[in-house]
Write a protein that binds this ligand. Structure first.
Ligand SMILES: Cc1cc2nc3c(=O)[nH]c(=O)nc-3n(C[C@H](O)[C@H](O)[C@H](O)COP(=O)(O)OP(=O)(O)OC[C@H]3O[C@@H](n4cnc5c(N)ncnc54)[C@H](O)[C@@H]3O)c2cc1C
Length: 457
């Protein structure tokens, strides 16, 4: 039995069903995909999570996580219709560092832009390459400390942190080096792409693959309780209509804190009992441009912007004003279906005094629009031609994430306490997905595959 029909839950179920297991997936939402799903508003399709598909390695690299994962799920890479990025940009203060899917070129760029750090950067890459990709417990070494050991330039240090922190930092302005290394590989070494028409066809493809295997997908079936037997082993779940389902084992993909709640906080064994809720939250806003993005000077696929000269990735409790922004321009990926959409995301402390409004239960459309315009004005400082040409479409907040995915605090990268081997302390109840420690689309799929493999063993 699998709790959660996000990417890790779908992947685990497909893999288990391939090996003859009877699998039931329980998903509280009315559609699959979880944090990386889609929704429709006024006839438009929005991707909830997707900025970019990380881990875009060459098809020839058979050991790359994307190719490995697809092989284990018996999926064809061409069915994902991935369109590579042309180029992206990292900005910190006044420094710009272009980024594309050519890591050799990126290395050369660093050597030219930061000659004093050429050797240090190479040593850092070597150290990153030595880190195991998956199943490795988070190392004790803080990433910023390791970066400072290798790099003389604090600016280069911040430029490298910007994309990594945006794409998977559950810890705030610091993160374990092993987690940094995994994300660095997926972003800088393997690169970015985007499915031609967003996540909807990808989720639909995974869902039909799941159903073909014979697994059952119970949509709109939230699990409200996990029951253990007298010996402390997983026995059954209670689903929101009052039905009880039993199984030999259970894989939970909803998060450590969230799984503990279903067990009853007081009954949860260690290590589950020690997990802390995450605090890193985002606000996501969408706009429609009057014309093609390039008309306004927006030619990058993504921009990671540190607005201050020193980049700090602040957790929700900070009240600092604007500090960083992620800009996503889907139309700039090579071969995507154009939509003229612009997406701006910010870690929540970026909005300083407006933070309280974000945490309210209901936010009026007026406040949403003000927040969105705040983010747009930050981008407008770099692209004055945008003024008056970006129509606000939608904005969602940690409260929205929490409501639709059940993630505590709406923290998209989950708990800062990760469970590399999925062990919860209950012998036949394991964790996969966000709190296993592998993040992103490919990370979540791979996490599901690895969890299934452990169960099959
Ligand atoms: C705003 C945002 C931007 C992102 N950008 C990117 C990006 O550009 N590129 C990238 O690669 N990754 C991105 N990610 C990260 C990526 O989406 C996640 O790492 C990945 O989707 C996590 O998948 P998962 O299966 O582990 O968890 P989830 O997607 O959280 O799946 C868990 C599922 O469990 C369900 N559930 C919860 N509680 C219950 C319950 N009690 N009973 C039954 N079901 C339950 C939820 O509804 C959900 O469907 C982004 C995420 C967000 C939110």
């Amino acid at each position: 039995m699998v709790i959660g029909g996000g990417l890790s839950g779908l992947a685990a179920s497909i893999r288990l069903a391939h090996f003859g297991k009877r699998v039931g997936v329980f998903e509280s939402h009315t559609k699959a995909g979880g944090l990386n799903s889609w929704y429709e508003r006024d006839g438009r399709v929005f991707d909830t999570g997707l900025h970019a598909f990380t881990n875009f390695a060459s098809p020839a690299d058979t050991a790359a996580p994307l190719n490995r994962t697809l092989r284990q799920l018996r999926l064809r890479r061409e069915d994902l219709h991935l369109c590579p990025q042309s180029h992206s940009l990292i900005r910190c203060g006044t420094t710009e560092l272009p980024l594309d899917n050519d890591f050799a070129g990126f290395r050369k760029r660093i050597a030219t832009q930061f000659p004093e750090d050429r050797k240090g950067f190479e040593a850092l890459v070597e150290r990153i390459e030595q880190c195991a990709y998956a199943d490795a417990p988070a190392s004790e070494h803080p990433a910023r400390k390791v970066l400072a050991e290798h790099l003389k330039s604090k600016r280069l240090h911040d430029l490298l942190c910007l994309p990594v922190f945006f794409f998977g930092n559950a810890w705030g302005d610091q993160m374990p080096f092993s987690a940094f290394a995994t994300l660095f590989k997926s972003i800088f070494i393997e690169g970015f792409a985007r499915p031609q028409d967003g996540m909807r066809p990808v989720i639909e493809h995974l869902t039909s693959r799941l159903l073909e295997t014979g697994a059952k997908l119970h949509l709109g079936c939230g699990v409200t309780k996990i029951n253990l037997d007298n010996s402390g082993k997983f026995q059954s779940i209670l689903e929101n209509s009052g039905q009880i389902f039993t199984a030999d084992c259970c894989l939970s993909t909803i998060g450590a804190v969230e799984t503990r709640k279903l067990l009853g906080d007081a009954d949860a064994p260690a290590p589950l009992s020690n997990a802390q809720p995450g605090e890193v939250q985002f606000v996501e806003s969408f706009f429609e441009l009057d014309d093609a993005p390039a008309v306004y000077g927006l030619t990058d696929c993504m921009q990671f912007i540190g607005l201050e000269s020193n980049f700090a990735f602040r957790p929700m409790s900070a009240t600092a004003p604007t500090d960083s922004l992620l800009v996503c321009v889907p139309d700039n990926y090579v071969g995507v279906t154009p939509t003229r959409m612009l997406r701006l995301s910010a870690p929540i402390a970026s909005l300083g005094p407006l933070h309280n409004d974000l945490c309210r239960d209901a936010m009026s459309p007026g406040i949403k629009s003000i927040l969105a315009q705040t983010l747009l004005a930050q981008l407008g400082a770099y692209y004055p031609r945008l003024a008056g040409h970006a129509k606000f479409l939608d904005l969602y907040t940690p409260h929205t994430f929490c409501r639709f995915t059940g993630h505590a605090n709406g923290a998209i990268y989950g708990s800062p306490d990760k469970f590399a081997d999925g062990a919860t302390g209950v012998p036949n109840l394991t964790l996969a997905g966000t709190d296993q420690g592998l993040l992103g689309i490919v990370g979540a799929l791979l996490s599901g595959v690895l969890a299934a493999n452990r169960i099959l063993k």
